[in-house]
Design a protein around this ligand. Sequence first.
Ligand code: GLU
Length: 611
Amino acid sequence: MPSTTRQMAAVTAALALSVTVGFVASPAFADPRETDKTATATGYGGAVSTVDPEASAAAIEVLSKGGNAADAAVAAAATLGVTEPYSAGIGGGGYFVFYDAKTGHVGTIDGRETAPAAITHDAFIDPATGKPYNFTPELVTSGVSVGVPGTPATWERALERWGSLSLGEALKPAIEVATRGFVVDETFRQQTEDNQPRFGAFTSTSSLYLPGGAAPAVGSVFRNPDLAETYRLLAEQGISAFYNGPLAAEIAATVQAPPKTATATLPVPVGHMTTADLAAYRALDQAPTHVDYRGLDVYGMAPSSSGGTTVGESLNILDSFNLAEMSRPDALHHYLEASALAFADRAKYVGDPAFVNVPTAALTDQLFGKERACGIDPQQAAVKPVAPGDVSSYDGACPAGPASLADDKDTENISTTNLTVADKWGNVVEYTLTIEQTGGSGIVVPCRGFLLNNELTDFSAVYDPSDPNRIDPGKRPRSSMSPTIILDDGKPFLALGSPGGSTIITTVLQTILNRVDLGMNISDAIAAPRASQRNTAAVTAEAAFITAYGDQLAPYGHQFTLAGAAGTSAAEIGAATAIEFRPDGSMVAAAEPVRRGGGSALVLKPLTGDR
Ligand code: GLU
């Protein structure tokens, strides 16, 4: 919708609502902020890319008032908790990656959810049948899959380490949006409608997200005064209100006894989270993963996410090949084969390093990648699943042959959100946050305005002592989130990330290859059709990818499953955001032009007539 039309709709909807519920339109409505969406913005002074114009505007507001990238990232994330509440919020977790311009170092914060202390190895087994709960509906909409949220602790830690604002100051734009409301778009309406059966099962969720029993209409204004109040509480009392105060008790009570409506027929297994679990939660400072790809320094998220090791290993594998000189089908074949190999190793080796010995150094070792590259036949796709490599003994030479096949089942979902921010000092944030499923557990904490995650569904469903991602008390489930910052000669070159469950890894990888090897600019690299090979018989791909390359890749033996077909998650793969830093000091903020309704890229001082 053109900017002016969209703003008119915002004003009209706001005024209509003000008449309906009898409040006086706030100055923000009289002068609505720019809500048009631009997928690419080039300029100076700071930049942001998110999936949502309100969140991007919040970041720009903070940057324009002298805040830095960490401040702006927290402001944007908190705003996404209002406008993208089914993807992220204080009821979930995530991974925050920061490039510090002063020191030249990349640091990360692991804000992943943890399993409660009382969780048992058979927590995902239905006591009534002795078999694993069905993923849908039992596990997905449950108290037992709710992990202890890490997002409030991540925001506090990020501001403490790198920010200049207090949490209260950083939450201001989000409080404003939650109070004055935002204009419902088609993505929000559709996601609400898709969740209607689950949301309708809880009194707290239906009263917030199904007002009058239905999803809010496109163009209406959606306000969340409960969330504004919760944010105010955090602003006044800090995150101890969440982890030690009244909220902790309410979260634990909600997990232990989800507030089902009288008529709800969903099974909703209860959880065992206690206030002690919330009090014990800590966001962790982590060293990033690092690989050198064609002279670029690629920093990613170390375990408990598998993002850094799997993107990193794939790049190390591909470093043995000159993709730029290959035909497009040859290059794509190598991309698909490399990610399959890296996913085999992810399944065998990656879990929470506090519980299992994760060979992060080997997985990101160039020599290991070189040896794994032997598994790529330039003309023929390997039979999937391919076997994992041996991290205990490798020398870069090709091994005799795989011992056994692996099998990595994929139940991760496609929710989550990602944002990229840079400031005028050269600091950069790449931050991916989630509540797992679109709509998380489906359970809003009563009168608090936010959904609880169902992140523990990322654990393997059945307990197997040899599985690094087996369920354990206090443990973080393995993630695929892949916030990535790439330096060239010590200076930021590209920061990027995406939602999309385990396709996050391939989306980040494919976008890097598009930009670095295949000659695309960053906007085209994001817009290009996607395919995701996660060590399964068929490659999951967007329709446009199959149309463009399906016939050309068939002779290699690649088969495709259409993303969104039965058994897969959505018609689109990912919803990436990125910022590229150009040698002249300008920044190119890039968001999706189409996926997830299109994202919002903004810069502080736009450079006109350029992209
Ligand atoms: N839970 C997923 C992960 O941590 C993210 C969910 C998604 O992106 O859909 O990898």
